[in-house]
Design a protein around this ligand. Structure first.
Ligand SMILES: *Cc1c(COP(=O)(O)O)cnc(C)c1O
Length: 230
């Protein structure tokens, strides 16, 4: 599929209307759900078209790929979300350049981000990536380790712990998708009963974001449905 300016506007509108319909079906305000355009492997030019169609939040998985695109689009005032695996030697640049980090899964990385977040910048918004099944363990903390990690992050300076994120294994059955997202919501609710004050559930991608919204997603991370296949 060739994606031109017209087409980008249409794809953004289609995703927005799906988002609004699923929010309404769940009795939720669509305005309480942030659409993050996941732009890995997409050009700055195509991202500009999506931004022109009204998208303000972009998610990137790889620092080296993100840096030149951030520079090319600097005048647009976009919000940048880091959603990929974090290597320790990349934390300084992430802390300096991003507004959000969704993919923290160990305390060492959170400590480095806290130390390296510039003093003049607002606190870095962070989410903990949770592995809901054994096959996801290469990225994400297991549920058993979540409370301890959240407590460790909550006391760090210059970070603001906002919530939880997950990247579940693909499932086609909407009920199964919902059951998985419900587990992340329950984990967030359990932390909040202990006073964590988390307001963010970063869950749902192109194939399952309606199920995620039904279970309370506040950020959906959409790549393919906005940009076409990678
Ligand atoms: C690629 C990616 C997405 C978007 O996936 P699509 O299926 O293309 O919408 C969302 N979140 C993360 C962490 C990703 O790596």
């Amino acid at each position: 599929m060739l994606i031109g300016p017209q087409n980008s506007a249409e794809l953004v509108a289609a995703v927005r209307s799906r988002l609004e319909r699923s929010a309404q079906a769940a009795g939720r305000d669509p305005g309480s759900i942030t659409l993050i355009a996941v732009s890995k492997a997409q050009s700055a030019e195509l991202m500009r078209r999506v931004a022109t169609a009204g998208v303000t939040d972009f998610g990137e998985n790889y620092l080296q790929e993100a840096i030149p695109k951030m520079a090319a689009l600097a005048s647009l005032g976009l919000r940048w979300h880091f959603i990929g695996g974090i290597q320790s030697n990349k934390t300084r640049a992430i802390a300096e350049r991003f507004d959000w980090v969704h993919s923290i899964d160990r305390l060492g990385v959170a400590r480095r981000l806290a130390e390296q977040r510039p003093f003049h910048a607002p606190p870095l918004n962070v989410c903990i990536q949770v592995a809901l099944s054994a096959e996801e363990r290469k990225g994400g903390v297991a549920l058993e380790g979540l409370a301890e990690l959240a407590a460790g992050i909550a006391v760090l300076p210059r970070l603001r712990l906002r919530g939880l994120m997950c990247v579940p294994a693909p499932q086609t059955d909407p009920q199964a998708q919902r059951a998985t997202f419900a587990r992340l919501r329950c984990a967030r609710d359990a932390l909040n009963r202990d006073g964590a004050g988390l307001d963010t559930l970063s869950m749902g991608m192109s194939a399952d974001f309606e199920a995620a919204i039904a279970e309370g997603a506040t950020c959906v991370r959409i790549g393919t449905a906005l940009f076409g296949a990678r």
